[in-house]
Ligand binder design. Structure first.
Ligand code: NAD
Length: 502
């Protein structure tokens, strides 16, 4: 069976209308083999305006549905995802090139956020606040915000949508999803699964959850529409630099989840076996195409000669190839541009004195598929391409002797997403986690930079955009806060003792 047939049989099994993925202008190539697997009709800017109008109408109804009932829809979505986990996980592999366990893992993440959001639907708490005025009560309420536009990246083609959609729906908001043009089929599959939940739920308003297929222009129509209350955009910092100011200009709300350049510090006391495994997964897993992929490593001089040659060996032995055909750990890059970007970064690294281990194209016989051998680059110092995210499996390694300088170097890049330290020393641990330590949204101890769970708020600082999604109190980003003061007395005392007698 070809991948195109494989994809079709998955979409058929979920009840997706073939007209949605055949005969259109958006051709989808599987990175596994380079073969065309679908050609999707694209939406236009006018379609976006119509979708927003439908969502606005849905908002008026959905915001009045009690939150625990809204949670029931998300609970049903979680059930449907459990039922269709294998199919959607395989679709993620076919479309994004992930190894099977990562494809399934991504769907598990969707299930986890549905469970979280279902519980959350009974916990959208506001505070009661002490007031200085007698006979008064002050409180805050969290109300639904409005239409939520979700723009997502190719590398987590479905999990990012679910992080946003599950929270937005229980918070009382309709959602419009513009997935990456590189991963539209998993979006069709996810929407079909959601439709099953909607059918079982029964009386959700039409237009509550919609999908727009297309590129940046369609995303831009959502960004510029004043009726989209929140734009949650995941992708490159380049994209965020365009989207952020446009949404700010119309006083809309934005959650930006942008690029990372994630570092780790390996201290003299580190458990090196554990460090080796964590770094190998973090840097080579998902072919280096996670926003949280491990990209930089600062290794103390005392353990450098012990750890780095072992890492180089792991890089030499890791199996690269089509993960659906054999038990490979590293699958393809998404496309030729990604491969060219990797080649350029490696040549730039050499130009500033880097020693490259690995790298280069792996021939799988598929001319239009781009498999790369992961590269470890020993750098004399942090410079050149090490300062920027290259969305490919490159790990830059430098030696350090001074711990404070290592923390400073880890923070001396534009991105601020994820970070980690490997140490058994409590002073180093606490300094790394302190206000003077890692400046990232995620700071881990004795685990790598990638592989977040949904329970915590996810996101990063600086050029990563500052947004938070998923767990903890990230839901507050999808609601508006109203502070209410109620006077149940017969007097009208003014705050701060102001007197205004008429
Ligand atoms: P990308 O920026 O090329 O595209 C992301 C999405 O933005 C796509 O849907 C695209 O169509 C849309 N888009 C692009 N320009 C736009 C514009 N001007 N207006 C509106 N929409 C626009 O990113 P990509 O290559 O798909 O994904 C890789 C990048 O995403 C990496 O930088 C990675 O670190 C980042 N990422 C970040 C997170 C996170 O949570 N921080 C998660 C996943 C990926």
């Amino acid at each position: 069976m070809t991948l195109a047939q494989d994809a079709k049989s998955i979409l058929d099994s979920l009840g997706v209308d073939p007209a949605l993925y055949t005969g259109g202008t958006l051709t989808k190539i599987s990175p596994m083999t380079g073969e065309e697997i679908a050609a999707l009709p694209e939406n236009t800017a006018e379609d976006t305006a119509a979708a927003v109008a439908r969502a606005r109408a849905a908002f008026k109804e959905w915001r009045m549905v009690p939150a625990p009932k809204r949670g029931e829809l998300v609970r049903l979505l979680g059930e449907e995802l459990r039922t269709h986990k294998e199919a959607l996980g395989r679709m993620v592999s076919i479309e994004a090139g992930k190894i099977p366990s990562e494809g399934l893992g991504e769907v598990q993440e969707m299930i986890d956020i549905c469970d979280f959001a279902t519980g959350l639907s009974r916990q959208l708490y506001g505070l009661t606040i002490a007031t200085e005025r007698p006979g008064h009560r002050m409180m805050e309420q969290w109300h639904p915000l409005g239409v939520v536009g979700i723009i997502s990246a190719f590398n987590f083609p479905v999990a990012v949508w679910s992080w946003n959609a599950a929270l937005a729906l229980v918070c009382g908001n309709p959602v419009i999803w513009k997935p990456s043009e590189k991963s539209p089929l998993t979006a069709l599959a996810s929407m079909a699964i959601l439709q099953k939940a909607l059918d079982r739920f029964g009386d959700a308003p039409e237009g509550l959850a919609q999908l727009l297929i297309g590129g940046a222009d369609v995303g831009n129509a959502l960004v510029e529409d004043p009726d989209v209350a929140l734009v949650s955009a995941t992708g490159s910092t380049r994209m965020g630099r365009i989207v952020g100011p446009k949404v700010a200009e119309r006083f809309g709300r934005c959650i930006l989840e942008l690029g990372g350049n994630n570092a780790g510090i390996v201290c003299p006391s580190a458990d090196l076996d554990m460090t080796l495994r964590a770094v190998a997964f973090g840097a080579m897993g998902t072919a280096g195409q996670r926003c949280t992929s491990q990209r930089r490593l600062f290794v103390h001089a005392d353990v450098y000669d012990d750890l780095v040659p072992r890492l180089v060996k792991a890089y030499e032995s890791v199996s690269v190839g089509n993960p659906l055909e054999a038990n490979h750990l590293v699958g393809p890059l998404i496309d030729k541009d990604a491969f060219d970007g990797m080649e350029k970064a490696l040549s730039d690294a050499k130009a500033v004195g880097g020693t490259v281990h690995g790298g280069g194209r792996v021939d799988t016989g598929a001319e239009s598929a781009y498999y790369a051998r992961p590269a470890l680059v020993e750098m004399p110092e942090q410079s050149g391409p090490m300062l920027h995210e290259t969305f490919a499996p490159i790990l830059y390694v430098t030696k350090y002797t001074d711990f404070d300088a290592a923390i400073e170097a880890q923070n001396a890049v534009g991105a601020g997403l994820s970070s980690c330290i490997f140490t058994l020393n409590v002073r180093e641990t606490e300094q790394f986690l302190s206000a003077a330590g890692s400046d990232c949204g995620i700071a881990n101890v004795n685990i790598g930079t990638s592989g977040a769970e949904i329970g915590g708020a996810f996101g990063g600082e600086k050029e990563t955009g500052g947004g938070r999604e998923s767990g903890s109190d990230a839901w507050k980003g999808y609601m508006r806060r109203a502070t209410n003061t109620v006077n149940y007395s017969s007097q009208l005392p003014l705050a701060q003792g102001v007197v205004f007698d008429i």
